[in-house]
Ligand binder design. Structure first.
Ligand code: LMG
Ligand code: NDP
Ligand code: PMR
Length: 399
């Protein structure tokens, strides 16, 4: 059966259902022809024949490689010698969806204390309780990423708590697919990029020293990315596509006064702003890796956890979308993952001894095995990463 996707999909894309054996490890149903055959996201959308084989191969290869390239950690130590203290992990946006599921998964191991960095204290408390998280396994601390003052206040509070920082997970995000006009953070940045990128940028820059000082054997900074920011995938080609252009809007402060609210200087589009923010997230991770991995030993990573179509991320989408999106992802693209499964995946990136390689964008195949994925040309553009870093430094007051 071939589905010709309707107006949302550019005509270049033909979605085909493939007859595949049940034994196939990566059991996604569709193939897709993309111009860029070399760079592809395999995670939730299997590509044709030899590329599927490539994905399976790469998954195995990465896991094998990870064992070889894990220098500093004796996995026995991390996996449970009683002498190892509990790790402290800060997770932003842990009051729902992926963040909450990750907090729960880590708390349940008994090896982690989770600092839930949330903008709504009561909501976070209720969420932790209803997830069944033991009281002593978490601390809630207020953080509103849409305010640079709040980010600085959070960092001060955290430092004052005296806890070492072992892992930081930049997970929170907003998505405004139906907004006709931009809205803005306390500092006047367009809300999606201001929250998802600039808030996290300041947070992670300010907390890097704490991570450097921690004596934990495997320190990690994780920034959640997404397939929809990667134009080397079908999902990344659903309009509007991510595109940062020459960064003129970012340079102007995204405030609609001196410049456009969009990074590329174009007209406001909430869905595009979100995807652009995810590209910034993935580029920031790589720039952190380039600047700091060698000196600090910190692992910098990003990931696409799968399509968690049931989370609060889609709260502002139209009701019809919210109704159809989960079955569409479950039965048609096969890209769907539950919040619980996605939480386990992110928890692996936090604590699995085999995922210590730095600079990696992790994804999972249909059998839920992790593999090192390839980013789109823009989301792996080192020169752009540097420029974004410099511009972001200025916008958040670090330069
Ligand atoms: C846009 O919304 C915004 O307009 C834009 O501003 C921007 O924000 C953008 O990228 C963000 O989103 C578009 C969105 C809203 O539409 C969707 O993309 C919905 C996607 C989910 C539905 C996909 C349908 C795919 C069609 C495939 C053909 C299916 C064939 C059926 C096969 C069935 C097998 C038995 O617009 C809408 O939400 C309107 C959606 C209208 C879709 C109508 C298609 C109905 C087809 C029913 C599909 C059912 C899916 C469930 C399948 C269950 C399988 C058992
Ligand atoms: P949710 O909406 O369920 O979770 C987002 C979290 O971010 C919420 O806890 C929300 O807080 C918090 N948040 C939003 N704005 C702020 C702010 N200003 N300050 C502090 N916290 C804030 O969405 P998901 O769990 O789906 O999203 C989590 C991450 O996963 C995001 O980075 C998203 O881009 C990524 N992702 C999601 C995919 C999916 O399919 N859902 C796919 C790929 C990536 P509150 O509870 O108060 O609203
Ligand atoms: Mg997408 C090929 C598989 C695939 C995958 C894995 C996703 C993930 N999506 C796929 C395909 C398609 N989507 C197709 C063919 C269409 C046209 C019908 C489509 C549409 C679509 C819309 C309208 N998809 C969406 C939206 C959103 O509003 C979501 C979005 O872009 O949020 C930014 C979304 C998503 N699709 C995904 C994932 C993971 C998302 C949401 C979340 C994210 O990137 O964080």
């Amino acid at each position: 059966m071939a589905l010709q996707a309707a107006s949302l999909v550019p005509s270049a894309f033909t979605i085909q259902k493939e007859g595949k054996s049940a034994a196939s490890v990566n059991s996604g149903l569709f193939g897709v022809s993309l111009a860029d055959q070399a760079k592809t996201d395999y995670s939730s959308f299997a590509l044709k024949s030899k590329r599927e084989f490539g994905a399976r191969k790469s998954s195995v290869a990465v896991r094998a490689q990870a064992v070889v390239t894990t220098p500093a950690i004796n996995s026995d130590t991390v996996q449970g010698k009683k002498t190892l203290r509990k790790g402290n992990v800060v997770i932003t946006g842990a009051s729902s969806g992926l963040g909450l599921a990750t907090a729960k998964a880590l708390a349940e191991t008994g090896k982690w204390h989770v600092i839930m960095a949330c903008r709504d204290f009561l909501k976070a408390e209720k969420a932790a309780k209803s997830a069944g998280m033991a009281k002593e396994s978490y601390t809630i601390m207020h953080l509103d990423l849409a305010s640079l003052d709040s980010v600085r206040q959070f960092v001060d509070n955290f430092k004052r708590s005296g806890r070492p920082l072992d892992v930081l997970v930049c997970n929170a995000a907003v998505y405004q697919p139906t907004a006709k006009q931009p809205s803005f953070t306390a500092d006047g940045f367009e809300l999606s990029v201001g929250t998802n990128h600039l808030g996290h940028f300041l947070l992670s820059r300010l907390l890097l020293d704490d991570m450097k000082q921690s004596d934990y054997p495997s320190k990690r900074l994780i920034i959640v990315g997404s397939i929809t920011g990667n134009t080397n995938t079908l999902a990344g080609n659903v309009p509007p596509k991510a595109n940062l252009g020459d960064l003129r809007g970012l340079a102007g402060g995204l405030n609609e006064l001196n410049s456009s609210a969009m990074i590329d200087g174009g007209d406001f589009d909430g869905a595009k702003a979100y995807k652009d923010s995810k590209v910034c997230n993935m580029l920031t991770m790589q720039e952190f890796h380039r600047l700091y991995h060698e000196d600090t030993g910190i692992t910098f990573a990003s990931l696409y956890p799968g399509c968690i179509a049931t989370t609060g991320l889609f709260r502002e989408h139209i009701p019809l979308f919210r109704l159809l999106f989960p079955p569409f992802q479950k039965f048609i693209t096969k890209g769907f993952v539950s919040e619980e499964e996605a939480g386990k995946r992110l928890a692996q990136v936090v604590s699995d001894p085999s995922l210590t390689k730095s600079g990696v964008y992790w994804s999972w195949n249909q059998a839920s095995a992790s593999f090192e994925n390839q980013l789109s040309p823009e989301a792996s553009d080192a020169a752009k990463a540097r420029k974004i870093w410099k511009l972001s430094d200025k916008l958040v007051g670090l330069a």
